[in-house]
Design a protein around this ligand. Structure first.
Ligand SMILES: Cc1cc2nc3c(=O)[nH]c(=O)nc-3n(C[C@H](O)[C@H](O)[C@H](O)COP(=O)(O)O)c2cc1C
Length: 153
């Protein structure tokens, strides 16, 4: 069913989600099961599948800090966005893997992508789990501040 759903529901925007781990390692990864769900208050939701029998780092980091940044993807950083989806260990800084710059956010502990033209700094509202492992999916919704613009350095 994954192929049918992801092949027919196109095009999809990308939630380019940056987080920081409990050990302080910056992380960034793309998620296309994503949408804005409310404007007042500003809420977004995206879904994270399982990796093998474990959690993807994005979800583990968000459950720990309850914060993340949704970075807007432009064509200029599309290749870097794809590179950040690499399956690497939690000790690896995926900003470095992708050749992107981790900038300090204004309101949350998670870094933002400096090369993105706009970033929503978000706090977790809730997560819901659907299906059974290893194919389960966690649907996270988060409240956001107004988007901030960053300048690439
Ligand atoms: C364009 C694109 C869209 C993706 N969308 C999703 C998605 O919606 N849900 C998901 O779990 N993984 C998705 N992935 C795969 C994750 O980005 C990938 O598993 C990544 O390694 C997760 O990183 P993390 O372990 O640092 O969180 C997508 C990958 C790409 C390239």
């Amino acid at each position: 069913m994954y192929k049918v759903m992801s092949g027919l529901v196109v095009p999809r925007p990308i939630a380019f989600v940056s987080t920081i781990s409990a050990d302080g390692v910056p992380n960034v990864a793309p998620f296309s099961y994503f949408m804005p769900i409310c404007s007042t208050p500003p809420l977004f939701a995206f879904s994270v599948g399982q990796r093998g029998d474990g959690q993807k780092h994005t979800l583990a980091n968000i459950l720990h800090s309850r914060e993340f940044v949704l970075n807007i993807v432009t064509e200029d950083i599309a290749e870097a966005m794809n590179a950040s989806a690499a399956d690497v260990g939690p000790e690896i800084d995926e900003f470095q893997v992708a050749g992107l710059t981790a900038a300090t956010s204004d309101l949350v502990s998670a870094p933002c992508v400096a090369e993105s033209p706009a970033n929503f700094e978000c706090r977790l509202v809730e997560t819901r789990e659907y299906g059974a492992p290893p194919a389960s999916t966690r649907w996270s919704s988060a409240r956001s501040s107004s988007p901030t613009s960053t300048t690439a350095s």
